[in-house]
Write a protein that binds this ligand. Structure first.
Ligand code: HEM
Length: 404
């Protein structure tokens, strides 16, 4: 396997955001220069970054682009090789390629269908109302992250999987790796959440309920299609994928709507606008960017005038694609009137977010209910003082003090 060794530019990857409402500013010049650029990873290795909307879609949909973390060319973002980064649990399909990836993903697709999520909406509304009852009863000010934004995915995923909500006190802090200080802390937390997931699957194997884990046990474990460990890996992956992403989007969405009172007033007057507004929030913030979309080319691929060689590292910049002036008019403006549906906030291609229908329902109901029930909601501190996670793989906020 050849790896890409030609000299990189002196531009370092990943680039950092400097404004909470825009991707890294360097993306503008990179997109203007071409659809692909070469950058240098913390290890010193060179990688391709893909910057424009069409080419990002092309790369993420190309079967010659691998998401397999065990591939020898798979790029890591640590200065030294991290053996943990090459590990794949059985069933952890977001780190796999076809055909394994598709085999696991297909088993879960019915759980996230539009119809299934529609049926969950009344339960989601009731859960969100209860969270707001508590937040209002405790009085202002509050940390929107702790009181609302994190409990929405925590409670929601517990309902979906069929695990007791009381357990969120155990797994929520362990999933929030930002709060951990050392590499060892993170590894211990991963092991503990895995052991927890293992127990939850064992319980369901003894007594399957009418929930996702229960249906996997009766429908897939019983037929021998899935092993115990594979189901543990799948469930673990869902727990991790749902939390920070959704919590960050609820907080950033709240902040952005407070900053655009005219558009918020339109949404209050016409709630049918919420679904598109949520897609516009996902486009505008594009919280999952290059580091999430680390890939390896497994064959030569021509893109424009360039050839990505087999073994090369590739990062698809979905935040850049969502702000590509070729795909969206005035991309830097937040505008609930544009048709934002084609955004890449959930990625694209084989690994496009499996939970997107659920995430949309959570975000729509959370934001609509929050602003309906707490119409005077606003940040309790200056926006510049909010703790934005500029160096995290998924952009967002650590805490969000609010008042009303
Ligand atoms: C606003 C919230 C969310 C955002 C922005 C988001 C974003 C993403 C993105 C960008 C990917 C693609 C990663 C890649 O291509 O490497 C992805 C994959 C995935 N997401 Fe989400 N996600 C969200 C919520 C959820 C929820 C609620 C669930 C499940 C309960 C979920 C489950 C998954 C899974 C299982 C994958 C892997 C899919 C695969 O590899 O086939 N996500 N998500």
């Amino acid at each position: 396997m050849t790896t890409f060794e030609s000299p990189a530019t002196d531009q370092r990857f990943p680039l950092r955001r400097s404004c909470p409402f825009a991707p890294p500013p360097e993306y503008v010049a990179l997109r203007a220069a071409g659809p692909l650029a070469r950058m240098t990873l913390p290890s010193g290795r060179s990688a391709w970054v893909v910057t424009r909307f069409d080419e990002v879609q092309q790369v993420l949909a190309d079967p010659r682009i691998s998401a397999d973390v065990t591939h020898p060319g798979y790029p890591q973002l640590t200065p030294e090789p991290d053996p943990e980064g090459e590990k794949v649990l059985p069933g952890e399909f977001f780190k796999m390629d076809q055909p394994e990836h598709g085999r696991y993903r297909r088993m879960l697709i019915p759980e996230f269908s539009v119809k299934r999520i529609k049926a969950l909406r009344p339960g989601i509304q009731a859960m969100i109302d209860r969270l707001l009852d508590d937040m209002l009863a405790n009085g202002a000010p509050a940390d929107l992250a702790a009181a609302f934004a994190l409990p929405v995915p925590s409670l929601g995923i517990c309902q979906l999987l069929g695990i007791p909500y009381a357990d969120h006190e155990f797994f929520q802090p362990r999933i929030r790796s930002r709060k951990m200080v050392t590499y060892e802390d993170v590894q211990v937390a991963i092991a503990e959440v895995l052991a927890y997931t293992d127990k939850a699957v064992s319980r369901a194997e003894e007594q399957p309920g009418d929930n996702l884990i229960g249906r996997m046990v009766t429908g897939r474990r019983a037929t021998g299609e899935l092993s115990h460990d594979e189901l543990v890996g799948m469930v673990y992956q869902l727990l991790i994928a749902a939390h920070e992403t959704t919590a960050n989007m609820i907080q950033l969405g709240t902040l952005t709507l407070v900053r655009h009172p005219d558009q918020l007033a339109e949404l209050r007057a016409d709630p049918a606008r919420w679904p598109n507004a949520v897609d516009e929030l996902l486009r505008y913030h594009a919280i999952a960017d290059g580091p999430t979309f680390a890939r390896t080319a497994v064959a030569d691929i021509d893109i424009g005038a360039e050839t990505i060689r087999a073994g090369d590292a590739v990062f698809a910049l979905c935040a850049s694609a969502n702000h590509d002036e070729r795909a969206f008019d005035r991309p830097g403006d937040f505008d609930i009137h544009r048709n934002a549906r084609k955004h890449l906030g959930f990625g694209y291609g084989a690994h496009q977010c499996l939970g997107q229908n659920l995430a949309r329902a959570w975000l729509e109901i959370a934001l609509e209910t929050l602003f309906r029930r707490v119409p005077t909601l606003r940040p309790a501190i200056e926006i510049d003082d909010l703790p934005f996670k500029y160096d995290a793989a998924i952009f967002g906020l650590d805490e969000f003090p609010v008042t009303w």
